[in-house]
Design a protein around this ligand. Structure first.
Ligand code: GLC
Length: 630
C-alpha cells in the first residue's frame, strides 16, 4: 500500500525543476495536511483493487503536474485564500447566475457586462454550462461532449481565459458547472465505448438485459418522469441498457471505476488552471448507486467529494467547490462535511439550500411562514469556512419534494404530498392565484412536481391589472430577495430577476425546448428594462432600485455575513422574524393582511432610518430590515 510519506515523492516528482523549489515545500505542506483524508477515502472506495497503490501514485503524479502548470497569478491567489479560508463568507459577497448567450451573446459579450455586474456589487459570476455540449438536444449544455473546449457558439478557449482574468481583475470569481455525474452520449468516452473499447465501456453503467435495471428501478426515483421516464436507456451500439438518470443522452459515469475518478479530478484541475474559481458540482447526490436505495446521498458519494476536496486543497486551494444537491434538508449538511474528530472531513465549501428557497415560495403561497420556520429549525450552524447558497430562482424548476418532512410537521400538518401539490397548483395560477407559472413534469394531478416561471411572473407581476397589484407583486419579489440576502449564505441573483423580467414563452416554438418548461425562466437580458433600471416609473426600475438599496445596506452590515448567528424570534404565523446576532432583525410578512410584530428595544429601518419601538405594524408582504438603534 502506498502510504505517507512513501507516496509524497509521486506528488513531488513533476516539481523537480529548480524553479519549483518553493512549490515543492508548499506541496509537501499541503499533502501532509490532506493525505489522511485523501488516502483513506480513496482506499475505502478502491483499495480492494490489486493495483490500488500504483493507481494512487499515478494520480498523485498527475496532481503534481497540474500544480506545476498552475499559472503564477492563480498560485498567488491560492496563497492569499489559504491564509484567509473564510474569504467568501463576508456580507459583501454576492453572486449572479446566467446563461452566457442570454447575458452577453458570447463569452466576449459577457466581458462587456462586467461594469453592470460591478454596479450591482457582484463578486461571483456563475455562468451556466459553456463547454462544448452534445450536438443537438443537450439539456441547456448539461450534456457535455468535451470538458476541454468552449462551446464554439460561445467563443474559444482563449475567450474563456480572457474572461476569467478580466473577472478576476474586477474582483469577481468565475463559477462554472462541473457536470461530473454524466457525460453526453457523444463525449469521446461514450463514443469509444460504443465502438467497443472495453476500458471505456467501464466508464459507464451498462447492463446486458433488464434484470438489474428492473431491480434498481424498484427503488430509484425519476427526475424527468415525462420527457425522460426511467433511469436506463437501451443503446444498440452498447448491446444493453445504459444508466441515464436524466435525459437518455446523458450517460451516468461509473465512479466505482477509479479511472473515472482520476480522469474527472484532473479535468477539474485543468479547468481550475484556466481561472475558474468556483465549481458547481452538478447533481452531486447521484454519484454512487446502491441497489435497494434511491441511489442518492450514498456514503460513497460523500467520500468521492471529500477526496476531490482534498485534491483541490493540494493543487488549487483558492478554488471553491459548491454542491448542487437538491435533497431533503436533513441530507444537506453532509455536503459541507465536518472538520475535526470522528473521521470528519471538509467536503464542499458551499451548498445550495434548496429547501430554504422552496419553503420561502411555499410560505408565499400559504401566506404562512410555518414551512419556512420548520426548514430554518432544521438548518444547523455552518461548519468553519463553509456557506449555504441562498437564492430565489435559478434555471431549474422549484422542486417541492425536498420539503416533504417539513410539510408533514409544520402546522397545519396533514398529508404532505397534498399540501405540496396545493402549493404547486398555486404557482400554475389555479384558483384565484396571481401566479403565472407552469408545472414541471407532472403527469399525476395530485403529485407535487416542480414549478417553473420567472420570479416576477410567479409573484403576480404578469397578471397585475393595476398599480396596486403591480406594487404588491414587487413587494413580494423584494421580500423573497430580502430574505435570501439576510439569511446567512452566499446569495445568488438569477439574471433578469433584478429587472423583474417576466416569463419567456418563446421556448414553445423551439422544438428542442418545447417539452421542457424550465425554458420559461431562461430569458435573454431585456435591454429595454436594463435601460430603464434607474427609472422609478417602470417595474424594472422599481425592482432594480429596491434591490440595490437592499444590496448596499447588506454590504455595510457584518451581521449578514454567512456565518453570523441566526435566531427565529416569536412572531405571528404569517411573519418570519429572523434575528442575525443581537442587533439585526429581518421581518417578512407573507400575508396579504397587515401584521403586528412586537419588538424588544429601539430599532431603526436599515433603508430609511425610521425608528420603531414596542411594536411595528407590517404592511401586506412587507420586508423590513431593522438594526438596533444606538
Ligand atoms: C442539474 C441541473 C439541471 C440539469 C441536471 C442534469 O440538476 O441544474 O439543469 O438538467 O443537473 O445535468
Amino acid at each position: 500500500m502506498t502510504d505517507f510519506p512513501d507516496s509524497l515523492p509521486a506528488l513531488l516528482a513533476p516539481l523537480a525543476a529548480h524553479s519549483h523549489h518553493a512549490l515543492r515545500d508548499t506541496a509537501t505542506r499541503r499533502y501532509t495536511a490532506q493525505h489522511a483524508v485523501l488516502h483513506q477515502r480513496l482506499h475505502a472506495l478502491y483499495g480492494h483493487r490489486p493495483d490500488f497503490a500504483l493507481w494512487y501514485g499515478k494520480l498523485l503524479g498527475a496532481i503534481g503536474s497540474l500544480l506545476a502548470q498552475r499559472p503564477a497569478a492563480l498560485q498567488a491567489q491560492d496563497a492569499r485564500r489559504e491564509a484567509d479560508p473564510g474569504w467568501f463568507l463576508d456580507q459583501r459577497m454576492l453572486g449572479y447566475c446566467s446563461y452566457v448567450d442570454r447575458l452577453g451573446g458570447t463569452l466576449r459579450g459577457v466581458a462587456h457586462r462586467i461594469p453592470y455586474l460591478e454596479e450591482l456589487g457582484v463578486r461571483y459570476l456563475h455562468l451556466l454550462p459553456f463547454l462544448r455540449p452534445r450536438a443537438g438536444e443537450n439539456d441547456g449544455g448539461f450534456a457535455v461532449a468535451s470538458f476541454d473546449e468552449v462551446d464554439p457558439k460561445l467563443g474559444e478557449n482563449g475567450d474563456l481565459d480572457m474572461l476569467a482574468a478580466k473577472l478576476r481583475n474586477a474582483g469577481i470569481s468565475l463559477c462554472s458547472d462541473f457536470i461530473l455525474n454524466h457525460v453526453a452520449d457523444d463525449h469521446a468516452w461514450a463514443k469509444g465505448a460504443k465502438a467497443g473499447d472495453q476500458a471505456l465501456r467501464d466508464y459507464f453503467l451498462v447492463y446486458p438485459d433488464r434484470t438489474m435495471p428492473d431491480r434498481y428501478e424498484a427503488t430509484v426515483g425519476q427526475v424527468f418522469p415525462q420527457v425522460a421516464p426511467g433511469n436506463f436507456t437501451h443503446v444498440e451500439a452498447m448491446g444493453g441498457w445504459v444508466w441515464t438518470t436524466f435525459y437518455p443522452y446523458q450517460w451516468d459515469l461509473n465512479y466505482a471505476n477509479p479511472a473515472v475518478f482520476a480522469d474527472m479530478a484532473q479535468t477539474l484541475l485543468r479547468l481550475a488552471n484556466r481561472g475558474i474559481e468556483v465549481f458547481r458540482l452538478d447533481s452531486t447526490a447521484f454519484l454512487w448507486k446502491r441497489e435497494g436505495t434511491n441511489c442518492m446521498n450514498q456514503p460513497e458519494a460523500h467520500m468521492l467529494l471529500q477526496a476531490l476536496r482534498a485534491i483541490v486543497a493540494i493543487a488549487a486551494p483558492g478554488v471553491l467547490l459548491k454542491a448542487e444537491a437538491i435533497v431533503p434538508t436533513r441530507e444537506l449538511p453532509a455536503y459541507l462535511g465536518s472538520e475535526g474528530g470522528n473521521g470528519g472531513a471538509a467536503e464542499c465549501h458551499i451548498a445550495y439550500h434548496s429547501s430554504l428557497m422552496a419553503a420561502a415560495w411555499g410560505a408565499m403561497a400559504e401566506q404562512d411562514a410555518a414551512l419556512l420556520k420548520a426548514v430554518i429549525a432544521r438548518t444547523p450552524a455552518l461548519p468553519p469556512a463553509a456557506s449555504w447558497l441562498s437564492y430565489v430562482r435559478c434555471h431549474d424548476d422549484i422542486g417541492w419534494n425536498v420539503l416533504k418532512a417539513e410539510a408533514a410537521e409544520a402546522p397545519p400538518g396533514g398529508d404532505p404530498a397534498a399540501r405540496l401539490a396545493r402549493i404547486a397548483r398555486f404557482y400554475t395560477g389555479e384558483g384565484n392565484s396571481y401566479a403565472a407559472g407552469a408545472s414541471f413534469q407532472s403527469s399525476d394531478p395530485n403529485a407535487a412536481h416542480g414549478s417553473n416561471g420567472a420570479t416576477a411572473s410567479l409573484l403576480g407581476l404578469q397578471t397585475a391589472r393595476d398599480d396596486v397589484e403591480r406594487r404588491a407583486a414587487l413587494r413580494r419579489d423584494l421580500l423573497l430577495h430580502g430574505l435570501a440576502l439576510a439569511f446567512g449564505a452566499l446569495p445568488v441573483l438569477y439574471m433578469g430577476d433584478e429587472l423583474a423580467q417576466q416569463n419567456d414563452d418563446s421556448y414553445r416554438e423551439r422544438p428542442q425546448h418545447a417539452m421542457d418548461s424550465r425554458w420559461l425562466q431562461r430569458p435573454y437580458l431585456d435591454e429595454v428594462a436594463l435601460q430603464h433600471r434607474h427609472d422609478a416609473s417602470t417595474a424594472a426600475g422599481q425592482m432594480f432600485m429596491g434591490l440595490r438599496a437592499l444590496l448596499s445596506a447588506r454590504r455595510r452590515l457584518p451581521a449578514l455575513a454567512a456565518g453570523a448567528p441566526r435566531t427565529v424570534l416569536p412572531s405571528p404565523p404569517s411573519v418570519l422574524a429572523l434575528a442575525r446576532g443581537d442587533d439585526f432583525i429581518c421581518l417578512c410578512n407573507f400575508s396579504a393582511q397587515r401584521q403586528p410584530q412586537g419588538l424588544d428595544g429601539v430599532w431603526s429601518d436599515c433603508l430609511t432610518g425610521q425608528a420603531f419601538s414596542g411594536e411595528v405594524v407590517l404592511e401586506p408582504y412587507a420586508l423590513l430590515w431593522l438594526e438596533r438603534a444606538a
